[in-house]
Design a binder for this molecule. Structure first.
Ligand code: GDP
Ligand code: MG
Length: 287
């Protein structure tokens, strides 16, 4: 039997969540079992005859963030890549040009002495393609594979490549012991990070790194819907206005994107009650 931990990294929108969801389907549970150690990660177990792959999604840890919380936590999360992880998958969206973020990720990966697979995602899209701009990286990786996470193209090659690189051993993670599907109390930090990730995505240019999401409550209602109450905290009233947006459009969009992703990850219906609050000292409370 082979088994081990595989981290999926890549800048926002490269398709990490899509890849994870489509590799796993809903055959396995998704939980956040180690909120203290790898604060922003999610584990999902893939199991077949060859062994077990534990995928780790790390939303936000490589994002371009300057706020005090990320500055403190990202190095910790990155250190966990060094310790626990057996293989790293670097997902690249070839339809987008290389950027500051890509350079930053590459810089971090260079310092990690683990087998790495470079994966070009979205190959179902032919144009535009910036693959020639990424080619120079290939020699730094153990293997390069092209996939379409969305349309399940070549995902079997990726699984094969991972198994080749995993150590021979038995982890014995009993996937049946885990709550399925799982969005439990432990996953509050994961939910918060998904919300923050979406907020960054939509607010990219306007709002600087002055916000964080907190989840106050997760509760399964009698009608089967998972109720989540969360807040985005920011430092000033003008940022709050931007986060809410014209006629509430922005916060609606952020909430919708977060809800969709959480629904896919947990395979259950979610009601997300999301509000915005000014709290100039939010980061002091969280550190
Ligand atoms: P993440 O931020 O890295 O987790 O990226 P997501 O998984 O949320 O994907 C971002 C967007 O890219 C979504 O709209 C996906 O549907 C889309 N996407 C992901 N993989 C593919 C792919 O293989 N082909 C195409 N055409 N779109 C994809
Ligand atoms: Mg994601």
């Amino acid at each position: 039997m082979k088994s081990g931990y595989v981290a999926i990294v890549g800048r926002p929108n490269s398709g990490k969540s899509t890849l994870l969801n489509n590799l796993l389907g809903h055959k396995v549970s998704i939980t956040s079992p180690k909120p203290q150690t790898t604060r922003f990660s999610l584990e999902a177990v893939f199991e077949e005859e060859r062994g077990q792959i534990v995928f780790i999604d790390t939303p936000g840890i490589f994002a371009h963030v300057e706020d005090p919380v990320s500055k403190k936590i990202n190095p910790r999360a990155q250190a966990s890549l060094n310790d626990d992880v057996n293989v790293i998958i670097y997902l690249v969206d070839h339809t987008r040009e290389r950027s500051y973020e890509e350079n930053k990720i590459l810089g971090i990966l260079r310092k990690i002495d683990k087998p790495k697979i470079l994966v070009y995602n979205k190959i179902d899209i032919k144009e535009p393609s910036f693959i020639p701009h990424y080619r120079f990286m290939e020699e730094e990786f153990t293997k390069t594979i092209s996939v379409s996470a969305l349309y399940h193209q070549n995902l079997n090659y990726l699984i094969d490549a991972i198994f080749e690189l995993l150590p021979e051993r038995d982890l014995h993670i009993d996937i049946h012991e885990r709550p399925t599907p799982a969005l439990n109390m432990d996953s509050k930090t994961y939910i918060a990070e998904i919300i923050r990730e979406k907020a960054y995505l939509f607010l990219r240019k306007e709002v600087p790194y002055t916000m964080i999401a907190v989840v106050d409550e997760t509760q399964r209602r009698e009608n089967g819907i998972m109720y989540i109450k969360a807040r985005i905290l920011t430092t000033q009233d003008r940022y709050k206005k931007m986060i809410i947006g014209d006629k509430g459009r922005m916060i609606k969009e952020i909430g919708m994107a977060a809800r969709k992703e959480l629904e896919t990850a947990s395979n259950q219906q979610i009601f997300l009650d999301l509000t915005v609050e000014v709290n100039p000292h939010w980061y002091e409370q969280l550190l």
